[in-house]
Design a protein around this ligand. Structure first.
Ligand SMILES: Nc1ncnc2c1ncn2[C@@H]1O[C@H](COP(=O)(O)OP(=O)(O)OP(=O)(O)O)[C@@H](O)[C@H]1O
Ligand SMILES: [Mg+2]
Length: 264
């Protein structure tokens, strides 16, 4: 299947990337779809959010990217049916410096996918890459290695400011390194209906990016922020809360539409 490798990306910190990766992947896995989460952030929030350690495991994304282990060795099961993980580690932050002499390093992950022997990728319906909050090498590796992007946008002041820079980066990667790349959808997060600004950002984003913006909006919901400390996606920790309901809605919208072909 095409378009199954999805990077969740925004160089702005704390906009809901990891929360979206965890809850969208878990929602799809509850719906019976096989999903793989790749934690490409040295912070390791997606790893701990799935109840795994980001410090003392050898089977991690860093060892995969530097060639110490193969793809099948890097993948681990989680406690959630249909949801597997490639965990992160703080070592990953050294990758940029350590690989400085390697001209091909932007293709590291793409090559691993292309060359994976036993067609491991065929085991999955969707693969989600959780990106760090920067436009560094790790983000470029994700942009080159993925088919499509989901961009979370926090409904607050300045939300749209960084987007121009992100779109420029995406366009540059499309021109040179990954012509197939496209934005699958833009997701409004942490929406607060009591805050006038949330509604304004919602309007502005839809005026600007039109149908690229998912109809589903993720509300600000304290359960979403509590779940990671229990090592569980919120859709499993408290599947009835408004935050979980929104992510289930997103999962349905996500699989029912591809939101057009070109980058916004
Ligand atoms: N809809 C929401 N309602 C309430 N809290 C949220 C919501 N979404 C995310 N959070 C919380 O906000 C914080 C930032 O979210 P998250 O870690 O998903 O962002 P991020 O973009 O991955 O951050 P980083 O750039 O550091 O990787 C976390 O503490 C998370 O639990
Ligand atoms: Mg994160």
């Amino acid at each position: 299947m095409k378009n199954k490798i999805i990077a969740v990306i925004n160089q702005k910190g704390g906009v809901g990337k990891t929360t979206t990766v965890l809850n969208l992947a878990a929602s799809l896995s509850i719906m019976g779809l096989k999903t793989l989460v790749i934690d490409l952030d040295p912070q390791g929030n997606a790893t701990t959010g799935l109840g795994k350690s980001n410090t003392n495991e050898e089977d991690n994304i860093y060892n995969l990217l530097i060639g110490n282990i193969d793809l099948d060795q890097a993948i681990k099961n989680t406690n959630i049916k249909n949801l597997d993980l490639i965990s992160s580690t703080v070592n990953l932050s050294g990758l940029e410096v350590e690989t400085a002499s390697n001209a091909d390093r932007a293709f590291t992950l793409k090559k691993i996918f292309d060359e994976s022997k036993s067609n491991i990728l065929n085991n999955y319906d969707y693969i989600f890459i959780d990106c760090p909050p920067s436009l560094s090498l790790l983000t470029v590796i994700a942009l080159v290695g993925s088919d499509e992007l989901v961009v979370p946008l926090q409904t607050e002041f300045f939300a749209l400011e960084g987007i121009t820079q992100l779109i420029k980066t995406i366009d540059r990667i499309k021109e040179s390194l990954n012509p197939q790349l496209s934005v699958r959808g833009i997701l409004l997060t942490m929406f607060d209906k009591r805050n006038k600004l949330s509604g304004e950002v919602d309007n502005e984003a839809r005026n600007h990016f039109k149908s690229k913006v998912y109809n589903t909006v993720i509300p600000r919901n304290v359960r979403l922020s509590e779940a990671p400390s229990h090592g569980l996606p919120c859709v499993i920790y408290d599947r009835a809360c408004v935050g979980s309901k929104a992510y289930f809605d997103l999962a349905n919208e996500f699989i029912s539409s591809t939101k057009g072909a070109s980058a916004a």
